[in-house]
Design a protein around this ligand. Sequence first.
Ligand code: PHE
Length: 453
Amino acid sequence: MKTKRENFGGRMAVIMAFAGSAIGLGNIWRFPYLVGQNGGAAFILIYIVFSLALSLPIFLAESAIGRSSQANCLAAVGFLVPGKAGKLLGALLVFTPLWLVSYYSVVGGWSLDFFIQACHLDFIRVTPDQVNGGFERFIVNPWVPLLFHLLFLGITLLVVAFGVTKGIERFCKWSIPALFFIIVAIAIYSLTLPGAFKGVEYLITPDFSKVTAHTFIDALGQSFFSLSLGTGIIITYSSYVKKEENLMVSGAGTAISDLLFALLAGFAILPAVFSAGIEPGAGPTLLFDTLPYIFSNLAQHAPIISAVASILFFLAIILAALTSSISLIEVGAAYFTENRGMKRGWACALLFVLCGAFGALCSLSFGPLSHVKILGLNIFDFADSAASNVFMVLGCILSVILAGWVMPRKVLFQELTNSGTLRLNSRLFKPVLFVLRYVAPIGILVLILSTVL
Ligand code: PHE
């Protein structure tokens, strides 16, 4: 069945949608921490080099595969690799984001709950000591996190059900600017706190003595995760990009806004963390333990500002997580509507059941199912580790090989340079191809060996 495909409205719409996918929990809960751990500005420098020299070309590879196919991931891979093998490889790219969104939306659910707590002034009305440990009590509860996971997933699917233009584009066009506005406002406030300078120091002091082999691996892995590579998202979103758009400009715009947001998140969070006299951690503890503690601490002197900051901050986390989860779900929605001929509404309902059920297991793995271990990890951690260490890495290899070696060079050139009409792009084509053919596969191989060994 041939369905009429939608398109993103223009360059801004394309960048906002891509940036929406890229900007997410990775920027807020991992990047600032990695910067501090790996020698401040030294890490930022390595991260920028990797993002521009390696991740951006892979992003372009996925963009070219997507736009040339004008189809969902499974079909796009099928055009390049015919037969069963193509189907299997394409299925990996449809499966990965659905697996990922199932546990991502559990964290999205936690953010929703904490946003509501912030609106009830829960962090403001109690002493910092009473806030302590609140997150541990919250996640072991079987029902509340589960319901919020389903609510978060439901909101995601509602946006996706409206379609590419009326749903995704419209949502990202206001939420991404809003996100930047909130994070800048919080960063400005955070920098005025007493002792904030220590946080700035932590972020910007280039300490090359802390740079080890692991720094490079962390930078590469974070850069892949942050740009949502290897998940079929860039392929799917690019299939909605019009032929006259400049893929290199939208790719660079996405990488730059993603980096800028990560830095802003660092300047919003770390000065406040140091001002409260605590050590920064990564992951859920940073967002759901440390930050409520800081808000409660701040409320002792400035209750109103602290209340506003806590509400805005959790709102920002929800928006960042939503724009990413929307992109993850769209891969499945495109597959079910185009390949299985389903109506968008029904496809979304099916995705709600599938991802809701797997996510429920992830959510319960902190409470009633905490005894279930897979390879020594609880279900949530196993899902996370399989996605970031296995599925996404395989997806990245697949993309570079398809674009660098399988796709006819002429087609890749046409997509990245708009048939040679973009002069700067045409000049950059050869270096990009070189990275795709040689540098990227080696870089990914090193990443794999580092996790295996
Ligand atoms: N890029 C998102 C983040 O930084 C996470 C993500 C990964 C989203 C892969 C989609 C696909 O949080």
